[in-house]
Design a protein. Sequence first.
Length: 327
Amino acid sequence: APAPVTVTVTGAAGQIGYALLFRIASGAMLGPDVRVKLNLLEIPQAAQAAEGTLLELQDCAFPLLAGMEVFEDPVKAFDGANIAMLVGARPRGPGMERADLLKANGGIFSVQGQAINAGAAADFKAVVVGNPANTNALIAAAHARDVPASRFTAMTRLDHDRAVAQLAAKTGAPVSAISNLAIWGNHSASQYPDITHATVSGQPATELVDQGWIADEFIPRVAKRGAEIIAVRGGSSAASAANAAIEHMRLWVQGTPAGDWTSMAVPSDGSYGVPAGIVSSFPVTTSGGDYTIVPDLAISEFSRARIDASVAELLAERDAVAELGLF
Ligand code: NAX
């Protein structure tokens, strides 16, 4: 049998980590024939809780789970890693300034970038879930000099799935009938969920909904869905975020279906006027473990303004971390 795939999960004792690990071990991410080894990275205060999760993983007797270990040292946790799910991050506390948040997370992701550089596998791939996800990916990539920056991506698949679900609910179509929806920009309230290329059972989505709904209901609902979940559930999105992280990586490794794409925040190559280097969400197709930004889409004036606004926010985040010496 081929060697198991080593998957490093940071923030393993957190709520997303708890929703993520069991599904990875069950084969939901890499497929029913691929054995996995789970490396759980946590901070010392949470390492014991992560050990408890290991006991539960053991009790599942997953046939695909070839090994598992908890680490507090990033260098050990990323040694030989093929895949990293970078979930652990410093949340914004009460009274915390934005610069403090960027600084705390910059500290985490620069150290992890260096650890990845030191020992990750040649086919290494990372998805950053921990916020500010796009900028954390930028920082990690900058500190992993020998790893192509393209291997550091950030998650906007949750936004993508939220948008698909809202469009399905509005049109009365099943989610499986919807394709070619895209998220552009930052994983933040400035993101642009774009249905101008989307189809519902083959029909252009823009023929089924009006512009007022798109601008005044759909876009804000998707962009602020995280806050809605907190308000209703009393806690931030966990299982849906874990599901999206699995989908992000599953599609990257196993490929997007013919005729459709996914949304991923990836280092820009200058496509669509997004300055090269910043990690911004695009529609991408994947094949053979590589991704390609979907080329040559027509961008409406409305779309252009929304993309530019979110990109401006990403540039401001980049400048802020550059000022802090983190990038
Ligand atoms: P939790 O606070 O439940 O868990 C975070 C875990 O990370 C904790 O166990 C903590 O000990 C650990 N951690 C902190 N620093 C670490 C480090 N240096 N190394 C390893 N582990 C470390 O948060 P949870 O709800 O699981 O959310 C995790 C992150 O996902 C947050 O940053 C959150 O903002 C972000 N989200 C991102 C989403 C996205 O779409 N990109 C959506 C969901 C989520 O809000």
